[in-house]
Design a protein around this ligand. Structure first.
Ligand code: 6PG
Length: 466
């Protein structure tokens, strides 16, 4: 007994892929699952890697198989199942042992669990893991939140199995308690934004420029050779080129246009708003998924509101530039939310480090993250990515294209909520003097709320109260 360096609880898609990744890197891994019937087939399918797997059906035996300090990686649904498992496993563990939650957990839960378990001498780690099944098996990007002691114990294991970007492992301790799960949440928010931007551009190409899915696939494949290179562009090209074996139609044409969402995008938006921010491109993406899910209402509205879609003249080159600008603005908003949360929770997040560990393994890996990592390394005034000189220059270069695309889309009746949110944010931020003085005046007029005067300290009221 006590042969395993780490235990993996939960042999679903992600858990089993991670267990195999660990075994492949020479770690002896205790494995178990709530439905015990999954365990034997998993070990059987592991082939030669099974030599590194130690299966157990009983939780007590699974725990007894672990070397001290015991490290248990939970890959189970976040929320109530995690709390239930902590109740069960807590009494079997001792001071110094480490429990890792590798799911997409709400970072508020992670903070609560950290505080609760530290009372028992246990270390709770919130580990954001990105990359889907392939990433988990061959090298994910991992965002760790937890104590430095826990990091010292698990770093050699996580570093071995992580994705690598030019040799640098895509894993890091980002801060205490919820820092890792929050970074993963924002990663997913950016993922939503990027996917929505892509969907809008593909929509313009199809409905505004009459290009076929295979023609658009070819353009995306070409984009993936340049500055837009990214996992999401790569798979967009693949997906658009695919045909449905049943009907012979492009696969995208047989899929119901109603997007699902499990909550991480929404959490990013909620937290941004709570922190007094607005990650409007991410918000647009979350909202667009919600509208997409209202298929029947949209069908009814089409009959009532109808109307045609006009043509778009923007070339693929212009669309590519607009995409670059909007993508950069979406990333910039994500990093602002990270900075605001870092300050609020005292995490001292390093945005450059986060950009670096997102360069490989994760869903939003993209050439642009190199630019972002370098921009943070060179210093971003006020921590704002859009103010970093190289990013500001790139935005200035590509903004006219974004403006053209949004203007054409609006004029021709195409919905582009993410692209237009990106543009509106840019146009708001580039004006030192905005339009909110009137809002302050109205607030004071109807509610005696008071306002600050330009260049004068204190709270003032308008003459309407004299
Ligand atoms: C990742 C993904 C992963 C998953 C999301 C998708 O980083 O590997 O983000 O976590 O695909 O859960 O979320 P939705 O189902 O909400 O789109």
């Amino acid at each position: 007994m006590a042969r395993a360096r780490i235990g993996v609880y939960g042999l679903g898609t992600m858990g089993s892929a991670l267990a195999l990744n660990l075994a492949e890197h020479g770690f002896d891994v205790a494995v178990t699952n709530r439905e015990s019937g999954w365990i034997a087939p998993f070990v059987q399918e592991a082939g030669p890697l099974a030599d590194h797997l130690f299966p157990h059906e009983k939780l007590e035996e699974f725990v007894a198989e672990l070397q001290v300090p015991r490290i248990v990686l939970f890959m189970i649904p976040s929320g109530a199942p995690m709390d239930a498992m902590l109740e069960k496993i807590g009494p079997l563990l001792g001071p110094g042992d480490i429990v890792i939650d590798g799911g997409n957990a709400d970072f508020h839960d992670t903070r609560r669990r950290c505080a609760h378990l530290s009372g028992n001498g246990l270390s709770f780690v919130g580990l954001g893991i990105s990359g889907g099944e392939a990433g988990a098996r061959d090298g994910p990007s991992m965002m760790m939140g937890g104590s430095e002691e826990a990091w010292t114990a698990i770093a050699p294991i996580l570093t071995a199995i992580a994705a690598r970007h030019e040799g640098e492992p895509c894993v890091a301790r980002l801060g205490p308690d919820g820092a890792g799960h929050f970074a993963k949440t924002v990663h997913n928010g950016i993922e939503y934004a990027d996917m929505q931007i892509i969907a809008e551009i593909v929509g313009l190409m199809r409905n505004g420029a009459a290009l076929s899915p295979s023609e658009i696939a070819a353009i995306f494949a070409q984009w993936n050779e340049g500055p837009l290179r990214s996992f999401l562009v790569e798979i967009t090209a693949e997906v658009l080129a695919e045909r449905d074996p049943e009907t012979g139609h492009p696969v995208v044409d047989v899929i119901k246009d109603a997007a699902g969402q499990k909550g991480t995008g929404r959490w990013t938006v909620i937290e941004a708003l709570r922190l007094g921010q607005s990650a409007s491109v991410i918000e647009a993406a979350v909202g667009a998924r919600a509208w997409s899910a209202e298929k029947e209402t949209r069908q009814a509205a089409e009959r009532v509101l109808g109307g045609t879609l006009g043509a778009i003249t923007a070339t693929p080159e212009i669309l590519a530039e607009a995409f670059r600008a909007a993508r950069m603005l979406a990333y910039a908003q994500g990093f602002r939310v990270l900075a605001a949360a870092s300050e609020d929770y005292g995490w001292a997040l390093d945005p450059g480090l986060i950009a670096r560990i997102w360069r490989a393994g994760c869903i939003i890996r993209a050439e642009m993250l190199d630019e972002i990592a370098e921009a943070f390394a060179g210093g971003a005034p006020r921590g704002e990515l859009i103010l970093a000189p190289r990013i500001a220059r790139a935005l200035a270069l590509h903004l006219p294209a974004l403006r053209q695309v949004v203007a054409e889309a609006v004029h021709a009746g195409h919905a582009v909520p993410a692209l237009s949110a990106a543009l509106a944010w840019y146009d708001t931020m580039r004006r030192g003097h905005g339009t909110a003085a009137l809002i302050q005046a109205q607030r004071d007029r109807f509610g005696h709320h008071g306002f600050e005067r330009l260049g004068q300290a204190g709270r003032h009221h308008g003459p309407w109260w004299d």
